[in-house]
Design a protein around this ligand. Structure first.
Ligand code: TMP
Length: 208
C-alpha cells in the first residue's frame, strides 16, 4: 500500500482555516480519497481531555506546563492517529500542528524557540507534513481587526495584554511564511477563492 499524505493548516485564531479544512475534506472524499480530518490540541480521547484543560478560561496554566500539555496532546495524537493513518495510505488533514507551538508558546509566551523545536520533534516523532498551508492575515486587515477590538473592548491591562499577545502571534506567522516549503494563503480573500487556492496546492502534491 502506498503511503498517505499529511496536510497541516496553520494560522492565527479566526483566520478561517477550520472552515477550509472541512471544505477540503469534503472535496477529497467526493473524489474518492480516504481522509481523516483532525485537530490540535485534540484528535484523540486523551488529547481532547487535554484540550479542555488548556482552553478552560478559568484555568491557571504556567507557560511551561502549557508547552508540555500541548506536547502531550501531540504525542498521543501522532502515535494514535496521524502515523497509523498515513501508513494506511490515508490523507490526514490536521488543523494546527508544531508551528502553533512555536507561534503561541515561543513568540507568544516567550519560551526559547530552540527548546520548543526539540520538544516538538520528540512529541511528533519527527514526522514532517507533506504540505503546510499558512493562513496569512495581511497587515492592513490585521490592523483593522485590532482597532475594531480596541474600540469594542476598551484598553484595560488585560485587554491590552491580549492585543499584545495577538500581535506576537501575527508576527510569528509572518516569519514562518518565509520558511522553505510553507505555502501562504491570503486569509482576507473570499471563502471560495481560498478554497480554490487550497485545492490547487493540494492537487500539486496528491496528483502526480
Ligand atoms: P483552535 O481554536 O485553532 O483549535 O486552537 C486552540 C488554541 O490553542 C489556539 O488559540 C491556538 C492554541 N495552541 C497553542 O497555543 N499551542 C499549540 O501547540 C496548539 C496546537 C494550539
Amino acid at each position: 500500500m502506498e503511503k498517505g499524505f499529511f496536510i497541516v493548516f496553520e494560522g492565527p485564531d479566526r483566520s478561517g482555516k477550520s472552515t477550509q479544512a472541512a471544505l477540503l475534506k469534503a472535496w477529497l472524499e467526493e473524489n474518492g480519497f480516504d481522509v481523516i480530518l483532525t485537530r490540535e490540541p485534540g484528535g484523540t480521547a486523551l488529547s481532547e481531555q487535554v484540550r479542555k484543560i488548556l482552553l478552560d478560561p478559568n484555568g491557571k496554566v504556567s507557560p511551561l506546563a502549557e508547552l508540555f500539555l500541548f506536547s502531550a496532546s501531540r504525542s498521543q495524537h501522532t502515535a494514535e492517529i496521524i502515523k497509523p493513518a498515513i501508513a494506511a495510505g490515508k490523507i490526514v488533514i490536521s488543523d494546527r500542528f508544531t508551528l502553533s507551538t512555536e507561534a503561541y508558546q515561543g513568540y507568544g509566551r516567550g519560551l526559547p524557540l530552540d527548546e520548543i523545536q526539540t520538544i516538538n520533534n520528540i512529541a511528533s516523532e519527527s514526522i514532517q507534513p507533506d504540505l503546510t498551508i499558512l493562513f496569512d492575515i495581511p497587515e492592513q486587515e490585521f490592523e483593522k481587526r485590532m482597532r475594531a477590538e480596541e474600540t469594542k473592548n476598551g484598553t484595560d491591562r488585560f485587554e491590552s495584554e491580549h492585543l499584545d499577545f495577538r500581535s506576537k502571534i501575527h508576527k510569528a506567522y509572518k516569519d514562518f511564511a518565509q520558511r522553505k516549503g510553507i505555502k501562504k494563503i491570503d486569509a482576507s480573500k473570499s471563502i471560495d477563492d481560498i478554497r480554490k487556492e487550497v485545492l490547487r496546492l493540494v492537487k500539486e502534491i496528491i496528483i502526480k
